[in-house]
Design a protein around this ligand. Structure first.
Ligand code: ADP
Length: 301
């Protein structure tokens, strides 16, 4: 197959591993810098140009679209879909997953366990918003945050009120969430490929920290997940319409709670922790399911 990897940087671990695994399995792998792809959207025959030439003959495309380039990246991916190229994850699913509130609303509609979460716009509604999530301690999250930045634990309601007011005055959209204390500063990353959890790891926050992000000093280890956790991760990816997803779970007293569904999950942490060849599993998924004109939406949606 001829497979495009949409990525800003060929040297990133995930991009490198996907190219390596694809090449090993006999495919032609081409890394395309998402922001350097350009297109004529009014043409009858959709095309993408890259460094002065049209991109042609691709069977599949692997989007590795960073949060900061979601808008343009999804447009490029959509153009590939209009050309009949099979996407590992479809543009509509990626765009959906990047909207944190919309994602939680979709997941809750399907009865998937979530931490109690509130969202408001006006400072006048803060006291009731705090009561909605059962008071302090609670977690406040900036909607656009990544890698744990903008995630704040407030031990008291007074502190929560002040922090929410501060974010609102800075015009930052936030959500307020019950604090799952019993998770003990740990979360579980389930790596889903085609309705299977193919690898899972536990991330533990460093002492004195509740955020388990590796970027915040957390450490990763192997974990055996329960059948309920497995089922929850698979269902969450499916509700979001993602073939490949990193589903983050918190272990609560009343079962697994989904924190986030990531549409471009990184490979480095999961491969080094579990010793699994995740990149190769992704390529095998494309071999089995990819091919021209097999995309479900062809960019509609
Ligand atoms: P980001 O997307 O920036 O990584 P997350 O929402 O994943 O932000 O939060 C970062 C970390 O904080 C999580 O990995 C988890 O360890 C911890 N955390 C987030 N929300 C909660 C919560 N409601 N209860 C307990 N811990 C949480």
């Amino acid at each position: 197959m001829k497979i495009a990897v949409l990525s800003r940087n060929p040297r990133l671990y995930s991009t490198r591993r996907l190219v390596e695994a694809g090449t090993e399995r006999g495919h032609e792998m081409v890394v395309i810098d998402t922001l350097r792809a350009y297109m004529n959207i009014a043409s009858h025959k959709p095309q993408i140009h890259y460094r002065g030439r049209p991109l042609e003959g691709f069977d599949a495309v692997i989007p590795r679209i960073g949060a900061s380039v979601t808008f343009y990246g999804c447009a490029v991916l959509r153009q590939f879909e209009m050309m009949g190229v099979f996407p590992l994850n479809e543009s509509v699913a990626i765009a959906r997953s990047r909207d944190k509130l919309r994602s939680l609303q979709l997941l809750s509609r399907r009865g998937i366990g979530l931490p109690v979460t509130g969202f408001a716009h006006s400072p006048d509604d803060i006291p009731d918003l705090i009561q909605m999530v059962n008071g302090a301690p609670l977690v406040i999250k900036v909607l656009e945050g990544t890698q744990g930045i903008g995630v704040v634990l407030c031990e008291t309601e007074k502190a929560a009120e002040s922090v929410i007011e501060a974010f609102m005055s800075l015009k930052q959209d936030i959500m307020v969430q019950e604090y799952i204390k019993e998770a003990g500063g740990a979360d579980i990353r389930c790596f889903v490929v085609g309705e299977k959890v193919i690898a899972a790891m536990k991330r533990q926050a460093k002492p004195g920290e509740f955020r388990s992000n590796l970027h915040r000093g957390g450490s990763a280890s192997l974990i055996k997940i329960t059948p309920e956790e497995r089922m929850t991760a698979i269902r969450a990816a499916k509700v979001m319409g993602l073939h490949v997803a990193g589903v983050d779970l918190l272990r609560s007293n009343h079962g697994p709670l989904v924190m986030e569904v990531n549409s471009s999950p990184g490979l480095e942490g999961i491969e080094t922790t579990t010793n699994k060849d995740v990149a190769s599993i992704i390529i095998q998924y494309l071999e089995k399911n990819g091919g021209p004109n097999l995309t479900r939406t062809r960019g509609k949606g």
